[in-house]
Design a protein around this ligand. Structure first.
Ligand SMILES: [Zn+2]
Length: 332
């Protein structure tokens, strides 16, 4: 079944807890609980992932990221606003300078099977199996086909994969993007045979690929780039999906809900001076894209919307990603 809605979960930030758009949390995010400890009414819809094996503290203390600890802490976060949680995705290696696809197949498959066992283990124990997404760290078409098929045969209808890790290195950036959509192409091939499935793409979801993700029947995605870009790099998103340093802007015209409430000059000053303003603008741009995507899914015009975005952004590798998925999409 093709996906009929798409939700983007952006990184949670305590200083923006006044915004109630969907957020993603790590399994051990106590700041989230603290932010809403006294009043839960403004708590946003959220998705809980199983933590990044490649960043602190888990990169230096892997014992903090076991399937037992992940599930126990996820269950402390689960409430009526939880949309899903991802089981432990076991990496091929914690050494993160070599991309997954460069490892030998038996090592890659070994890690994927361990992830599937972790998902089965969690399904037997969790109080909310209905919210469970089986999580994988997978980087090739054939591995994805193998493990998604196996998971589907084990009656998992909600799957998730982590993406974008190797795009941090410029020499792997283009290939990492292609491998992401190879994996999603494999998922689409599986959708030919199986009915009602959901897929959460964790990471690898910058603004310029949101349409492509929805086109690939991804039902939800999470990402940090809009928040990180505004905070750490001082950048603002343009509607075409590019990031520009705010301190280089000389004039500014933006129709987003945040900027449109101010004069052009005040909006520009706010973007230059305030990290929160930049993040708020970036989030507004992403939410507008998400709304357009959901309209297109309803009208069955997601292919046209995706092509429009790819024309605006004009990157050869994204067109290749589009072609990869188009070949495997159900009903094609
Ligand atoms: Zn704006």
């Amino acid at each position: 079944m093709p996906v009929d809605s798409f939700v983007f979960y952006r990184t949670f930030l305590p200083s923006l807890c006044g915004l109630d758009d969907p957020v993603v949390l790590s399994f051990d995010n106590t700041a989230f609980l603290n932010a809403y400890a006294e009043d839960e009414t403004g708590m946003p819809q959220h998705f809980i992932h199983s933590g990044n094996f490649f960043s602190r503290p888990h990169s230096t203390k892997p014992e903090l990221r076991t399937k037992e600890r992940v599930l126990a802490l996820q269950e402390q976060l689960i409430n009526a606003k939880t949309a899903g949680f991802i089981t432990l995705n076991v990496p091929v290696s914690c050494e993160i300078k070599t991309p997954i696809w460069e490892y030998a197949r038996d090592i890659r498959v070994g890690a994927l099977e361990q992830s599937l066992r972790a998902a089965m283990w969690a399904r037997e124990r969790t109080v909310r199996p209905d919210l469970l997404y089986a999580g994988f760290e997978v980087g090739t078409y054939s591995d994805a086909l193998y493990i998604f098929d196996k998971a589907s045969n084990a009656n998992f209808t909600r799957l998730s994969a982590g993406f974008g890790l190797f795009s941090r290195f410029s020499k792997f950036r283009a290939e990492d993007r292609l491998q992401q959509f190879e994996v999603l192409a494999a998922y689409n091939r599986l959708l030919h045979e199986h009915g009602d499935m959901r897929f959460h793409a964790s990471g690898g979801s910058a603004l310029n690929v949101l349409e492509l993700l929805a086109y690939s029947n991804v039902s939800s995605a999470d990402g940090s780039s809009a928040v990180l870009a505004g905070l750490a790099y001082g950048s603002v998103l343009t509607t075409s999906g590019r990031l520009i340093r705010a301190n280089k802007l000389e004039e500014w015209k933006c129709e987003c809900g945040f900027c449109a409430s101010k004069s052009q000059r005040d909006a520009l000053t706010a973007l230059k001076c305030s990290p929160e303003a930049r993040v708020t603008h970036n989030i507004h741009v992403i939410r507008s894209a998400e709304a357009r995507i959901n309209e297109a899914l309803k009208d069955n015009t997601i292919a046209e919307l995706t092509e429009k975005r790819l024309n605006e952004y004009d990157k050869k590798e994204l067109w290749k990603c589009y072609a990869l998925v188009r070949e495997q999409k159900p009903g094609m």
